[in-house]
Design a protein around this ligand. Structure first.
Ligand code: C5P
Length: 237
């Protein structure tokens, strides 16, 4: 399970990142670097975290014209990000162009091809929020599945979605499609702004390949103990 829990290092304080990654290096493989951690570490994040035995999920959720996103993803591939995401709503051409650029950069620089993911609908958005913000007739779950299929057709390896949508995504995209789920809350943790949530055990039972947890671990009095409790819950599931 240590390879399936991704801890979100959501802080811009270099000392905090140092402390957290040092504390967790023996129990967790993957860490997630978003804008905050990236502002503190820059592209040094990848070799630095790798020296501690961590794999890095770069969560900058790219969303721009195809040429720009392809260059962004190419640059981050070259620097050694092992998982990179982009908004699937950026469109088929954006995702396909980015995937091709990553393949080219990976081959030219002899660096591993990162796992490329499409972000479907943020887990902080519920059905009401979805209708309000997107005005779509389709409904939230159908939109998630539609975007997952679009990401798959563009050649991405998987998606970021809520654990509540794993089943319909699996049905549409198959067992080899990677599903990464934030929106995970142990029963003992606060929900915060997350809306479409399950516990870690339920996310694993539903078939998540990776679960992402931030605040319940990084804001805990004892982050190591919190991570170990979540890992235990995942193992039991
Ligand atoms: O603190 P928490 O466990 O809610 O952290 C979840 C992490 O996953 C945050 O870094 C958030 O930005 C990220 N994320 C998310 N929903 C998505 C994609 C990423 O919550 N759809």
């Amino acid at each position: 399970m240590r390879d399936r829990l991704i801890v979100a290092l959501d802080t811009d304080d270099g000392e905090d990142i140092d402390r957290l990654s040092g504390t967790l290096m023996d129990v967790v493989s993957w860490v997630k670097v978003g804008f905050q951690a990236f502002s503190a570490l820059g592209t040094e994040a990848f070799p630095w975290l790798s020296r501690r035995g961590h794999k890095t999920f770069l969560d900058l959720k790219f969303h721009d014209i195809p040429n720009t996103v392809a260059r962004d993803v190419g640059t981050m591939t070259k620097h050694g990000a092992q998982m990179i995401n982009m908004h699937a709503s950026g469109g088929f051409e954006m995702m396909e162009t980015a995937r091709k650029r990553a393949e080219d950069v990976s081959a030219e620089n002899s660096v591993p091809m990162p796992i490329l993911l499409g972000v479907t609908v943020l887990t902080s958005i519920d059905e009401n929020g979805f209708q309000q913000s997107f005005g779509s007739e389709r409904g939230l779950t159908k939109q998630v599945v539609y975007l997952a299929q679009l990401a798959q057709e563009a050649g991405l390896r998987g998606v970021v979605a809520s654990p509540l949508e794993i089943e319909p995504i699996r049905k549409a995209c198959g067992d080899n499609f990677v599903i990464v789920t934030p929106g995970v809350r142990p029963a003992w943790a606060e929900t915060g702004d997350q809306r479409r949530i399950t516990t870690p055990a339920e996310a694993i039972q539903r078939g998540a390949d990776y679960i992402v947890v931030g605040r319940p671990i990084i804001e805990a009095d004892d982050p190591l103990e919190a991570a170990e409790m979540i890992l235990e819950e995942m193992r039991e599931a």
